[in-house]
Design a protein around this ligand. Structure first.
Ligand code: MTE
Length: 328
Protein backbone atom coordinates (compact mmCIF):
# COMPACT_ATOMS: atom_id res chain seq x y z
CA UNK A 1 0.00 0.00 0.00
CA UNK A 2 1.28 3.44 -0.90
CA UNK A 3 1.12 5.79 2.05
CA UNK A 4 1.45 9.45 1.23
CA UNK A 5 3.18 11.39 3.96
CA UNK A 6 2.14 15.01 4.08
CA UNK A 7 5.09 17.36 3.95
CA UNK A 8 5.22 20.87 5.33
CA UNK A 9 5.69 22.14 1.79
CA UNK A 10 2.47 20.56 0.48
CA UNK A 11 -0.25 23.03 -0.39
CA UNK A 12 -3.80 22.02 0.43
CA UNK A 13 -6.36 22.76 -2.30
CA UNK A 14 -8.14 25.00 0.19
CA UNK A 15 -5.03 27.22 0.31
CA UNK A 16 -5.11 28.10 -3.37
CA UNK A 17 -5.84 31.74 -3.93
CA UNK A 18 -9.30 31.70 -5.50
CA UNK A 19 -9.14 33.23 -8.91
CA UNK A 20 -11.67 35.85 -7.92
CA UNK A 21 -9.41 36.99 -5.08
CA UNK A 22 -6.42 37.07 -7.39
CA UNK A 23 -8.38 39.24 -9.75
CA UNK A 24 -9.16 41.65 -6.97
CA UNK A 25 -5.89 41.41 -5.14
CA UNK A 26 -5.11 45.08 -5.40
CA UNK A 27 -7.92 45.76 -2.95
CA UNK A 28 -6.39 43.42 -0.42
CA UNK A 29 -2.97 44.91 -1.02
CA UNK A 30 -4.16 48.46 -0.55
CA UNK A 31 -5.46 47.52 2.87
CA UNK A 32 -2.46 45.39 3.71
CA UNK A 33 0.09 48.00 2.80
CA UNK A 34 -1.33 50.60 5.16
CA UNK A 35 1.03 49.26 7.82
CA UNK A 36 4.03 48.51 5.64
CA UNK A 37 4.94 51.80 4.02
CA UNK A 38 5.67 52.38 0.37
CA UNK A 39 5.94 49.47 -2.00
CA UNK A 40 9.16 47.89 -3.01
CA UNK A 41 9.13 47.26 -6.69
CA UNK A 42 7.40 50.32 -7.99
CA UNK A 43 5.04 51.42 -5.23
CA UNK A 44 1.43 50.78 -4.36
CA UNK A 45 -1.41 53.00 -5.30
CA UNK A 46 -5.08 53.24 -4.48
CA UNK A 47 -6.72 54.16 -7.73
CA UNK A 48 -9.59 52.15 -9.17
CA UNK A 49 -9.01 48.95 -11.11
CA UNK A 50 -8.66 49.56 -14.81
CA UNK A 51 -11.62 47.60 -16.17
CA UNK A 52 -10.29 47.11 -19.67
CA UNK A 53 -10.06 43.37 -20.18
CA UNK A 54 -8.37 42.33 -23.38
CA UNK A 55 -10.53 40.17 -25.60
CA UNK A 56 -8.91 36.74 -25.55
CA UNK A 57 -6.68 34.68 -23.34
CA UNK A 58 -3.33 34.11 -25.00
CA UNK A 59 -2.55 30.88 -26.79
CA UNK A 60 0.84 29.25 -26.46
CA UNK A 61 0.73 28.66 -30.20
CA UNK A 62 -1.85 27.49 -32.74
CA UNK A 63 -2.61 23.82 -32.35
CA UNK A 64 -0.67 23.57 -29.14
CA UNK A 65 -3.00 24.23 -26.29
CA UNK A 66 -2.23 23.87 -22.65
CA UNK A 67 -4.48 21.05 -21.52
CA UNK A 68 -7.24 21.67 -19.07
CA UNK A 69 -6.28 20.40 -15.67
CA UNK A 70 -8.54 17.49 -14.79
CA UNK A 71 -8.21 18.05 -11.09
CA UNK A 72 -9.30 21.58 -11.64
CA UNK A 73 -12.78 21.15 -10.21
CA UNK A 74 -11.12 20.49 -6.88
CA UNK A 75 -9.40 23.85 -6.89
CA UNK A 76 -12.38 26.03 -6.17
CA UNK A 77 -16.02 26.78 -6.86
CA UNK A 78 -16.90 26.47 -10.52
CA UNK A 79 -17.89 30.10 -10.93
CA UNK A 80 -14.44 31.18 -9.81
CA UNK A 81 -12.57 28.99 -12.23
CA UNK A 82 -14.49 30.17 -15.27
CA UNK A 83 -13.52 33.84 -14.92
CA UNK A 84 -11.40 34.66 -18.00
CA UNK A 85 -7.80 35.42 -17.34
CA UNK A 86 -7.94 38.45 -19.57
CA UNK A 87 -9.42 40.48 -16.72
CA UNK A 88 -6.51 40.00 -14.37
CA UNK A 89 -5.50 43.39 -13.29
CA UNK A 90 -2.90 43.47 -10.54
CA UNK A 91 0.67 42.57 -11.45
CA UNK A 92 4.33 43.32 -11.10
CA UNK A 93 5.67 43.57 -14.64
CA UNK A 94 7.85 46.66 -14.82
CA UNK A 95 8.13 46.46 -18.60
CA UNK A 96 4.54 47.64 -18.72
CA UNK A 97 4.93 50.36 -16.12
CA UNK A 98 5.50 50.89 -12.40
CA UNK A 99 1.89 50.66 -11.21
CA UNK A 100 0.07 47.44 -10.49
CA UNK A 101 -2.60 48.14 -13.09
CA UNK A 102 -0.12 49.10 -15.83
CA UNK A 103 0.47 45.56 -17.15
CA UNK A 104 -3.19 45.02 -17.92
CA UNK A 105 -3.68 48.57 -19.16
CA UNK A 106 -0.68 48.36 -21.48
CA UNK A 107 -0.74 44.71 -22.52
CA UNK A 108 -2.84 45.52 -25.60
CA UNK A 109 -0.25 45.31 -28.36
CA UNK A 110 1.99 42.73 -26.74
CA UNK A 111 2.31 39.64 -28.95
CA UNK A 112 3.33 36.46 -27.18
CA UNK A 113 3.49 34.70 -30.56
CA UNK A 114 5.45 33.83 -32.53
CA UNK A 115 7.98 33.22 -29.78
CA UNK A 116 11.49 31.86 -29.89
CA UNK A 117 13.81 30.95 -27.04
CA UNK A 118 17.58 31.11 -27.50
CA UNK A 119 19.69 28.81 -25.36
CA UNK A 120 23.40 29.62 -25.34
CA UNK A 121 26.53 29.91 -23.25
CA UNK A 122 28.27 26.95 -21.65
CA UNK A 123 26.26 24.06 -23.04
CA UNK A 124 26.87 21.31 -25.60
CA UNK A 125 23.66 21.86 -27.54
CA UNK A 126 22.94 25.57 -27.89
CA UNK A 127 20.21 26.69 -30.26
CA UNK A 128 17.22 28.88 -30.91
CA UNK A 129 13.91 27.07 -30.77
CA UNK A 130 10.38 28.04 -31.50
CA UNK A 131 8.38 27.82 -28.27
CA UNK A 132 6.49 24.79 -29.58
CA UNK A 133 9.73 22.91 -30.16
CA UNK A 134 11.11 24.06 -26.83
CA UNK A 135 8.04 22.60 -25.08
CA UNK A 136 7.28 19.62 -27.30
CA UNK A 137 9.36 16.85 -25.73
CA UNK A 138 7.86 17.62 -22.35
CA UNK A 139 4.48 16.79 -20.90
CA UNK A 140 2.73 19.44 -18.86
CA UNK A 141 2.27 19.23 -15.14
CA UNK A 142 0.29 21.26 -12.64
CA UNK A 143 2.25 22.54 -9.68
CA UNK A 144 0.44 24.38 -6.95
CA UNK A 145 2.97 26.68 -5.34
CA UNK A 146 3.03 29.52 -2.88
CA UNK A 147 4.39 32.77 -4.34
CA UNK A 148 5.85 35.22 -1.81
CA UNK A 149 6.59 38.68 -3.16
CA UNK A 150 9.33 40.67 -1.47
CA UNK A 151 6.64 43.33 -0.98
CA UNK A 152 5.11 40.98 1.68
CA UNK A 153 2.02 39.79 -0.17
CA UNK A 154 1.62 36.15 -1.12
CA UNK A 155 -0.62 34.00 -3.26
CA UNK A 156 -1.04 30.31 -4.04
CA UNK A 157 -1.14 29.55 -7.73
CA UNK A 158 -1.81 26.32 -9.62
CA UNK A 159 0.73 26.71 -12.44
CA UNK A 160 0.79 24.61 -15.59
CA UNK A 161 4.16 23.98 -17.20
CA UNK A 162 7.30 21.88 -17.32
CA UNK A 163 10.08 21.19 -14.82
CA UNK A 164 12.91 23.65 -15.44
CA UNK A 165 15.40 20.79 -14.91
CA UNK A 166 14.07 18.97 -17.98
CA UNK A 167 14.49 22.05 -20.16
CA UNK A 168 17.98 22.69 -18.79
CA UNK A 169 19.26 19.11 -19.20
CA UNK A 170 18.18 18.97 -22.81
CA UNK A 171 20.81 21.57 -23.75
CA UNK A 172 23.54 19.68 -21.88
CA UNK A 173 25.22 22.30 -19.70
CA UNK A 174 29.01 21.88 -19.51
CA UNK A 175 30.84 21.08 -16.27
CA UNK A 176 32.01 24.69 -16.16
CA UNK A 177 28.41 26.04 -16.11
CA UNK A 178 27.48 27.29 -12.63
CA UNK A 179 24.51 29.60 -13.31
CA UNK A 180 21.53 29.91 -15.64
CA UNK A 181 20.64 33.42 -16.72
CA UNK A 182 17.10 34.23 -17.91
CA UNK A 183 16.35 37.19 -20.11
CA UNK A 184 12.95 38.75 -20.71
CA UNK A 185 11.96 39.89 -24.19
CA UNK A 186 13.07 43.40 -25.20
CA UNK A 187 10.27 45.19 -27.08
CA UNK A 188 10.09 48.87 -26.13
CA UNK A 189 7.41 49.48 -28.75
CA UNK A 190 5.09 47.03 -26.97
CA UNK A 191 6.43 47.49 -23.44
CA UNK A 192 6.37 51.16 -22.50
CA UNK A 193 8.27 50.61 -19.26
CA UNK A 194 11.31 49.71 -21.33
CA UNK A 195 11.40 53.30 -22.59
CA UNK A 196 12.08 54.44 -19.02
CA UNK A 197 15.16 53.98 -16.87
CA UNK A 198 13.27 52.18 -14.08
CA UNK A 199 15.56 49.18 -14.59
CA UNK A 200 18.40 48.30 -16.90
CA UNK A 201 16.61 46.44 -19.68
CA UNK A 202 16.06 43.71 -20.59
CA UNK A 203 14.92 42.29 -17.23
CA UNK A 204 17.42 39.64 -16.21
CA UNK A 205 17.23 37.07 -13.45
CA UNK A 206 19.33 34.01 -12.74
CA UNK A 207 19.56 30.87 -10.65
CA UNK A 208 22.55 28.77 -9.72
CA UNK A 209 22.65 25.67 -11.90
CA UNK A 210 21.89 23.38 -8.95
CA UNK A 211 18.85 25.54 -8.14
CA UNK A 212 17.66 25.35 -11.74
CA UNK A 213 17.99 21.57 -11.55
CA UNK A 214 16.05 21.34 -8.28
CA UNK A 215 12.80 19.46 -8.90
CA UNK A 216 10.74 22.41 -7.59
CA UNK A 217 12.02 24.86 -10.23
CA UNK A 218 9.45 25.26 -12.98
CA UNK A 219 8.71 26.96 -16.29
CA UNK A 220 5.07 28.00 -16.38
CA UNK A 221 3.04 28.39 -19.56
CA UNK A 222 -0.33 28.41 -17.82
CA UNK A 223 -2.09 29.01 -14.54
CA UNK A 224 -5.47 28.00 -13.11
CA UNK A 225 -5.74 25.45 -15.92
CA UNK A 226 -5.53 28.04 -18.66
CA UNK A 227 -2.93 29.66 -20.85
CA UNK A 228 -0.77 32.24 -19.08
CA UNK A 229 -2.16 35.75 -19.51
CA UNK A 230 0.18 38.36 -20.97
CA UNK A 231 0.42 40.32 -17.75
CA UNK A 232 1.46 37.19 -15.86
CA UNK A 233 4.40 36.53 -18.17
CA UNK A 234 3.07 34.96 -21.37
CA UNK A 235 4.05 32.84 -23.02
CA UNK A 236 6.57 31.37 -20.56
CA UNK A 237 7.99 32.40 -17.19
CA UNK A 238 10.27 31.06 -14.48
CA UNK A 239 8.82 29.92 -11.14
CA UNK A 240 11.14 29.27 -8.17
CA UNK A 241 8.72 29.09 -5.22
CA UNK A 242 11.28 29.17 -2.41
CA UNK A 243 12.60 32.53 -3.65
CA UNK A 244 11.04 35.98 -3.68
CA UNK A 245 8.78 36.56 -6.67
CA UNK A 246 11.19 38.84 -8.51
CA UNK A 247 13.45 35.85 -9.28
CA UNK A 248 10.70 34.52 -11.58
CA UNK A 249 11.43 36.31 -14.84
CA UNK A 250 8.42 36.66 -17.12
CA UNK A 251 8.20 36.32 -20.91
CA UNK A 252 11.65 34.84 -21.29
CA UNK A 253 13.45 34.69 -24.64
CA UNK A 254 16.94 33.57 -23.62
CA UNK A 255 18.51 31.06 -21.28
CA UNK A 256 22.30 31.33 -20.93
CA UNK A 257 24.65 29.02 -19.04
CA UNK A 258 27.48 30.93 -17.37
CA UNK A 259 30.42 30.30 -15.11
CA UNK A 260 30.21 33.67 -13.36
CA UNK A 261 27.22 34.94 -11.42
CA UNK A 262 25.12 36.98 -13.86
CA UNK A 263 24.26 40.60 -13.21
CA UNK A 264 20.53 40.65 -12.42
CA UNK A 265 18.09 43.52 -12.77
CA UNK A 266 16.86 44.26 -9.23
CA UNK A 267 20.18 43.41 -7.63
CA UNK A 268 21.89 45.84 -9.99
CA UNK A 269 19.29 48.53 -9.32
CA UNK A 270 19.21 48.36 -5.50
CA UNK A 271 21.77 45.82 -4.27
CA UNK A 272 21.16 46.56 -0.59
CA UNK A 273 17.48 45.66 -0.92
CA UNK A 274 17.45 42.83 -3.45
CA UNK A 275 20.11 40.19 -3.04
CA UNK A 276 21.06 37.73 -5.73
CA UNK A 277 20.02 34.69 -3.70
CA UNK A 278 16.62 36.12 -2.70
CA UNK A 279 15.59 33.03 -0.74
CA UNK A 280 12.44 33.73 1.22
CA UNK A 281 13.73 34.30 4.74
CA UNK A 282 11.61 35.70 7.60
CA UNK A 283 14.78 36.35 9.61
CA UNK A 284 16.29 38.78 7.12
CA UNK A 285 14.31 41.99 6.89
CA UNK A 286 14.10 44.16 3.86
CA UNK A 287 15.89 47.42 4.80
CA UNK A 288 12.51 49.20 4.73
CA UNK A 289 10.21 46.60 6.32
CA UNK A 290 10.01 43.29 8.13
CA UNK A 291 9.87 40.06 6.17
CA UNK A 292 8.64 38.10 9.21
CA UNK A 293 5.00 38.06 8.15
CA UNK A 294 2.98 38.25 4.99
CA UNK A 295 -0.55 38.81 3.85
CA UNK A 296 -1.97 35.89 1.92
CA UNK A 297 -4.38 37.56 -0.44
CA UNK A 298 -7.91 36.91 0.64
CA UNK A 299 -6.98 36.60 4.31
CA UNK A 300 -7.53 39.30 6.87
CA UNK A 301 -4.76 38.51 9.32
CA UNK A 302 -1.11 38.37 8.43
CA UNK A 303 0.52 34.97 8.70
CA UNK A 304 4.13 34.12 9.56
CA UNK A 305 6.43 33.85 6.58
CA UNK A 306 8.09 30.45 6.38
CA UNK A 307 11.79 29.89 5.78
CA UNK A 308 12.29 29.09 2.09
CA UNK A 309 8.58 29.85 1.77
CA UNK A 310 7.89 26.47 3.38
CA UNK A 311 10.00 24.47 0.91
CA UNK A 312 12.98 23.84 3.19
CA UNK A 313 12.67 20.08 2.92
CA UNK A 314 13.22 20.32 -0.80
CA UNK A 315 15.80 23.11 -0.99
CA UNK A 316 17.61 23.72 2.33
CA UNK A 317 20.36 21.21 1.49
CA UNK A 318 21.48 23.45 -1.38
CA UNK A 319 22.47 26.14 1.12
CA UNK A 320 24.17 24.01 3.79
CA UNK A 321 27.02 26.00 5.31
CA UNK A 322 26.02 29.21 3.55
CA UNK A 323 25.59 32.40 5.55
CA UNK A 324 22.00 33.24 4.56
CA UNK A 325 22.12 36.62 6.28
CA UNK A 326 25.10 37.74 4.23
CA UNK A 327 23.82 35.99 1.11
CA UNK A 328 20.30 37.39 1.30
N1 MTE B 1 9.50 39.61 -14.72
C1 MTE B 1 9.73 40.67 -15.51
N2 MTE B 1 10.21 40.47 -16.74
N3 MTE B 1 9.48 41.94 -15.09
C2 MTE B 1 9.03 42.19 -13.83
O1 MTE B 1 8.84 43.36 -13.47
N4 MTE B 1 8.32 41.26 -11.67
C3 MTE B 1 8.62 40.16 -10.73
C4 MTE B 1 8.27 38.80 -11.32
N5 MTE B 1 8.73 38.70 -12.68
C5 MTE B 1 8.78 41.10 -12.96
C6 MTE B 1 9.01 39.79 -13.47
C7 MTE B 1 7.96 40.31 -9.45
S1 MTE B 1 8.56 41.53 -8.45
C8 MTE B 1 6.95 39.48 -9.03
S2 MTE B 1 6.37 39.53 -7.42
C9 MTE B 1 6.30 38.54 -9.95
O2 MTE B 1 6.85 38.63 -11.27
C10 MTE B 1 4.82 38.85 -9.99
O3 MTE B 1 4.15 37.94 -10.80
P1 MTE B 1 2.57 38.12 -11.06
O4 MTE B 1 2.35 39.52 -11.51
O5 MTE B 1 2.23 37.10 -12.10
O6 MTE B 1 1.92 37.83 -9.73
Amino acid sequence: MLIRIKKASDVAPSEITPESVYLNRRHFIAAAMAGVGTGALGGFENTAVAATPSSMPFQVSPGFTVPAVDTYEKLGPQDEVTIPFSVWSYNNFAEFGPEKTDPLANIGTFQPRPWAIAVDGLCAKPGTLDLDDFLKPQSFETRTYRLRCTETWSIVVPWVGIPLADAVKRFEPLGSAKFVRFETVMRPEEMPGQKTSALKWPYVEALRLDEALNPLAFLAVGMYGQVLPGQNGAPIRVVAPWKYGFKGAKSIVRMTFTEDQPVTSWNLRIPKEYGFMANVNPAVDHPRWSQATERRLGEFRRRPTLMFNGYGEEVAHMYAGMDLIKNF
